[in-house]
Design a protein around this ligand. Structure first.
Ligand SMILES: C[S@@+](CC[C@H](N)C(=O)[O-])C[C@H]1O[C@@H](n2cnc3c(N)ncnc32)[C@H](O)[C@@H]1O
Length: 216
């Protein structure tokens, strides 16, 4: 499958998709597991939340979110990679309240209902700005009034002012969309799309951020 955005690094395919969780665990020297559990706890998921997971990946995050859904809550992952979808289905097959569909998040969505939360983890930074605006609109339209858009991704920073231990791998691994993403004021942009009441938690020396924004 060819890439929609050839410069993007989030359209993960082949070996990298098949071994995604292992690659992340290894590259982070095992730190990712503790980090992602903490970040998902900080979302403060309620037992009956209905959650859309934009760019859901292998299902690792869905399984962690499922732990907080003790009521009628449910998770629907939107994903384009067949390798990721297969892993997601296998990992979450025990749970009737978790499902996934092959659906692009950067094109208009046709959803049957509105959701309490739209979660996206390490996907958003990998698109051109004009496309990120489509994704924000999709999140806004998919949410109930008062629903929450939750973005787990890089924080905002000036790349050339970050410490070398971060800057070098960031520049090697990431794409130009990510370099532009980190230098934008996302609260201001999200405000112009109708979001407010921001809440953020920072990780790894403030280089990563869980940003929550309410549809007002
Ligand atoms: C870096 S991975 C992150 C996966 C997962 N969110 C996580 O945190 O483990 C990016 C994911 O976004 C998916 N993706 C990329 N472009 C997409 C698009 N336009 N629509 C839906 N999913 C997309 C990729 O297939 C991949 O699974």
């Amino acid at each position: 499958m060819s890439r929609f955005y050839p410069e993007s690094k989030v359209e993960i395919q082949g070996f990298s998709a098949k071994c995604y969780d292992t690659l992340i665990n290894t590259a982070s020297l095992g730190l990712y597991d503790k980090f992602i559990k903490k970040a998902i706890r900080l979302i403060e998921i309620k037992p009956d939340d209905t959650i859309l997971d934009f760019g859901a990946g292998t299902g690792r995050n869905a399984l962690l979110m499922q732990k907080y859904l003790t009521g009628t809550g449910e998770i629907l992952g939107l994903e384009i990679s067949e390798e990721m979808i297969a892993q997601f289905r296998k990992k979450t097959e025990k749970f009737s309240n978790i499902s996934i569909t092959n659906q692009r998040i950067d094109q208009p969505l046709t959803l049957e209902k509105k959701y309490d939360k739209v979660f996206t983890s390490f996907v958003f930074h990998g698109f051109p700005f004009e496309i990120q605006k489509n994704i924000i609109s999709n999140a806004f339209n998919a949410l109930k009034d008062g629903g929450e858009f939750v973005i787990l991704d890089f924080n905002e920073f000036i790349t050339d002012q970050t410490p070398l231990y971060f800057r070098i791998p960031f520049k090697i691994v990431e794409c130009r969309y990510a370099f532009e993403y980190v230098e934008r004021d996302w609260k201001q942009i999200l405000t112009s799309y109708g979001f407010s009441s921001f809440n953020e938690k920072l990780f790894f020396n403030n280089h990563l951020r869980l940003l929550k924004a309410i549809k007002s």
